[in-house]
Design a protein around this ligand. Structure first.
Ligand SMILES: C[S@@+](CC[C@H](N)C(=O)[O-])C[C@H]1O[C@@H](n2cnc3c(N)ncnc32)[C@H](O)[C@@H]1O
Length: 220
């Protein structure tokens, strides 16, 4: 059951695009990929400040949200996800965490974010951009809710080298409704450019068990 102290359901369910993630896919995903060393590195990847207001879009079971919360003093972190089962797992795991007072979860997708304009310092997307139903709408929402000079950070697997892009991957893309072109660093950089982000940086983090592409773009 969802913990009502930290999870709030979106009042307007019509705003929510259908999630491609059923309960079985969700549970299998969380068991295998839900809590990685990578998630612990996220505050460092984002140059997080302890006072920042942070939104994690497509937060899944909340590992990045918990890593961020553990570094906040006066700030707050909200995780949104359109998959109710993800939030159920996220809230169960987070309520055991000593930093949970700095955390909120909301049932919502990237395409309609229940936040006021110019309210966030940092918006984060970890392994999720290629799942969004409408990526351009989602990024417009990111720009709307970021404060001037706020930043968007996309953290993703290094797909090109970690996997053979063969039939198995194509099947996976189909199963999870993934956008193939957003599984490359260049694809993400192009997308941020096209959507009006500035000062885009593109780097890789390499460590055993934690390799990632980190792409940051700013609101002008
Ligand atoms: C691969 S999982 C990553 C979860 C989490 N960020 C992590 O690192 O473990 C992708 C997530 O994107 C979410 N998602 C799917 N469609 C979305 C959308 N339109 N907007 C935001 N998130 C979405 C899924 O529900 C799922 O939790």
């Amino acid at each position: 059951m969802i913990n009502k102290n930290i999870t709030h359901m979106n009042d307007n369910k019509d705003d929510l695009l259908a999630s491609a993630w059923n309960d079985k896919l969700t549970e299998d995903y969380v068991e295998q990929w839900g809590e990685l060393l990578l998630h612990k590195k996220i505050p460092e990847f984002c140059n997080l400040l302890p006072s920042e207001i942070v939104l994690d879009i497509g937060c899944g079971s909340g590992a990045a949200v918990r890593a961020i919360a553990s570094r906040l003093s006066t700030g707050h972190v909200t995780g949104i996800d359109p998959t109710a089962k993800m939030l159920e797992i996220a809230s169960k795991l987070t309520v055991k965490d000593s930093h949970y007072q700095r955390v909120t979860f909301l049932l919502a997708g990237a395409e309609k974010i229940p936040f006021e304009s110019e309210s966030c310092d940092l918006v984060l997307a970890v392994n999720t951009l290629h799942h969004w139903v409408n990526v351009n709408d989602g990024l417009n929402e990111v720009l709307r809710i970021l404060k001037p000079s706020g930043r968007f950070v996309s953290v993703d697997d290094l797909w090109q080298e970690s996997i053979e892009y063969g039939q198995e991957q194509a099947d996976d893309n189909e199963k999870f409704s993934c956008k193939h072109e957003l599984k490359t660093r260049n694809g993400i950089v192009k997308l941020l450019n096209k959507n009006g982000f500035t000062d885009i940086s593109n780097s890789e983090h390499r460590e055993p068990d934690a390799t990632a592409s980190i792409i940051t773009g700013y609101k002008a």
